[in-house]
Design a binder for this molecule. Structure first.
Ligand code: ATP
Length: 408
């Protein structure tokens, strides 16, 4: 359960963690130290073979460290028995890792059973977890993994990892094997889940876009898991520590920045609206008033239905049934600005309707809103980066001062 601050995760501390595989000249992970706060979603991102998975798997001791320590809530994980560790740390991997000869329910109940939950409690938990990841329990609990799509298997993999309510969740490229659209959905789902659950999540990917979308903080790793930069996505995008990180960020930092902001965080534009049942005359009256050349017709549930232009009304001949252009796409207030930009660019009139949770109309985003927002965001990031650098310089100055005092 989340505490009063809404946090249910645990702190994780890696201390001088090293892994040397037998027969390898160089360590795969070399002296890595890192502090992860309870409730944070941390992404390890870096090139193939840099040691991301090895570092991750040492946290739940699937791989034993050669030296160094891992502390979860200040407890050394080497002192926790394997069953206790499964209770504390959930684990989800690429291609879901489900056991093919077990049903969905059996897969999800593995750890709860292992730690001795009663049958009733396990059954209820399976249903709760399936609900949580958006699968209907009656339909899915008896299926075998081969009877599920890739995306559904991944959802069950996440449900299984969360079943015993562990404070820590490790995810090793969990969405690596699904198509880009499903991947996008699963990422959105994970963001939603994390808003609800506040676990401490360590997520491995080699996809930088995935890292910025998901991470509260990102650890950009280079060879042997050396940390090139460990900071917020905003700071990494606007202030990469060195050429290695810049190379990883790649081109288009401003576009990537759009992935970090949601439509609900920017001002939407109001456009004139009318309801489908409004008398035609009142719609004529709105259109007749000065500068209004277009209005948005809403259906009976207040959802965007059609765009109506002045010319459409002229041709309407007493009925709106055939007039106007159906609203073919819209974004929600949860969509990223990048999704909104995509929608605005593909819309012939350069604007898109924004809807809320139930599809209700909230406003419109157009090119001007997007451009203004991006300018403001980048400006704010730059100021943050300058402030951050000043703080670091102050801290370093203080350290030198203390050392000098110590020496004297
Ligand atoms: N069991 C093993 N025995 C020997 N070497 C290994 C073993 N597992 C991994 N390695 C080596 O350790 C290094 C780090 O591997 P690791 O799988 O942690 O990297 P990664 O960053 O997760 O890579 P990827 O993104 O390709 O999955 C690699 O050079 C790899 O070849």
């Amino acid at each position: 359960m989340p505490d009063s601050n809404g946090v249910s995760g645990a702190n994780i501390r890696l201390e001088n963690l090293t892994k040397r595989y037998p027969g390898s000249a160089a360590p795969a992970v070399d002296n890595v130290s890192m502090d992860i706060k309870a409730g944070e979603l941390i992404v390890f991102v870096g090139p193939s073979g840099c040691g991301k998975s090895t570092t991750l798997k040492m946290i739940n001791r699937l791989i034993e460290p050669t030296s160094g320590k891992i502390l979860i809530n200040d407890e050394d994980v080497t002192n926790i028995d394997p069953v206790g560790l499964r209770r504390k740390v959930g684990y989800a991997i690429q291609s879901s890792g489900l056991f093919p000869h077990m049903t969905v329910a059996q897969n999800i109940s593995l750890v709860p059973k292992m730690i001795g939950w009663s049958k009733g409690r396990v059954d209820a938990r399976v249903a709760e977890m399936l609900d949580l990841v958006g699968l209907d329990p009656t339909e899915f609990r008896g299926r075998y993994p081969r009877q599920l799509s890739g995306g559904q298997q991944q959802r069950v993999g996440v449900a299984r990892a969360l079943a015993a309510d562990p404070p820590v969740l490790l995810m090793d490229e969990p969405f690596g094997a699904v198509d880009p659209i499903t991947r996008d959905h699963l990422q959105d789902e994970l963001i939603r889940l994390q808003h609800e659950l506040h676990k401490t999540i360590v997520f491995v990917t080699h996809d930088f876009d995935e890292a910025i979308k998901l991470g509260d903080r990102i650890a950009v790793l280079r060879e042997r898991s050396h940390i090139a930069q460990f900071d917020t996505p905003e700071a990494i995008l606007t202030n990469p520590a060195d050429d290695f990180v810049s190379g990883f960020v790649g081109a288009g930092a401003a576009l990537k920045r759009l992935n970090l902001t949601r439509v609900r965080d920017v001002p939407v534009v109001e456009v004139p609206t009318a309801g489908v049942d409004d008398p035609l005359q009142s719609i004529f009256d709105i259109m007749g008033s000065g500068s209004v050349t277009e209005l948005l017709l809403l259906d009976r549930h207040n959802r965007p239905y059609k765009w109506l232009r002045r010319g459409d009304l002229m041709r309407a001949k007493g009925s709106l049934a055939r007039a106007g252009t159906l609203v073919s796409h819209h974004v929600t207030d949860d969509s990223t600005l990048r999704d909104a930009l995509e929608a605005v660019l593909t819309d012939s009139a350069g604007r898109v309707a924004v809807t809320g949770k139930k599809g209700e109309y909230l406003g419109v985003v157009d090119m001007e809103t997007l451009m203004n927002s991006v300018q403001e965001l980048l400006q704010a990031d730059r100021l943050d980066a300058i402030e951050h650098r000043a703080e670091l310089a102050d801290a370093a100055g203080g350290q030198v001062h203390r050392e000098q005092e110590g020496a004297s």
